[in-house]
Design a protein. Sequence first.
Length: 284
Amino acid sequence: MAETQHSPAPAYVYMVRCAGGQLYTGWTNDPAARLHAHKSGKGAKATRAMGAVGLAYLEPCPDKSAALRREAALKKLTKAEKEALCSAWAETNRPRLSVATRADAADILEIYNWYVLNHTATFQITPSTLEEYEAWVDRTLECAPLLLARDGAGKLLGYACAHPWHEREAFRWDVESTIYCAPEARGMGVAEKLYGALIELLRLQGYWNVYALLADPNPASERFHQKFGFVCQGRQARTGYKFGKWQGLSTWGLSLREGQGAPEPVKAPLCGEELENLLKKYNL
């Protein structure tokens, strides 16, 4: 989750649900940022007056001109026609959570390399290869969950996972979390489902602490992590150089357990009925 996009932004037409049930239609290059503006009272005059609740519809367009034409067409629809579009969109784009396998590596890599080339969500500059990511999937699944969110057509919307915070044995109860959503899936609630399920699974395994490294500044990602109880534990300025400028880094932590007692050994990643029940909970 990053702030600065390096390549030309795509265009989208969208509808936002307001507090009274009304639908506001607009276009944007960044759905997540635009939705936050509407919900925080900094968007359009109409949503400031009616109170934006959440995203109801999102459609990618080739460019700004196409988005403006599609926006005009949507505004001409009746309320019933708009509601039908929103209902179909919500069902198609409802995140279905599952556990990744090596066969999912190519889809995961496509999302990750997009961030490598376009965002400071990762400080990696050179894209990874499929061979590297097939091995990465295997290593990740050895110690922690690797969760996927796909839409009704099977398209990967995002993924979340965890890996060891440090290699030394004393840190075996600590993990670093990772989450990435497809660019067009940001602001759709995908990240919330993935992170909620990931944290619950890590707690069940017996981990004590989860850490996240965020590009600094990155207020959107900070707000997201704060919702789950993460607190900032330190900031490093001018620590990474990408896209022609220095970037900062902040460390955020979440305690999964309280106390000072000796920890029980961490369990292997959950499987079977226990895992199926948890995924079912988040797939309702």
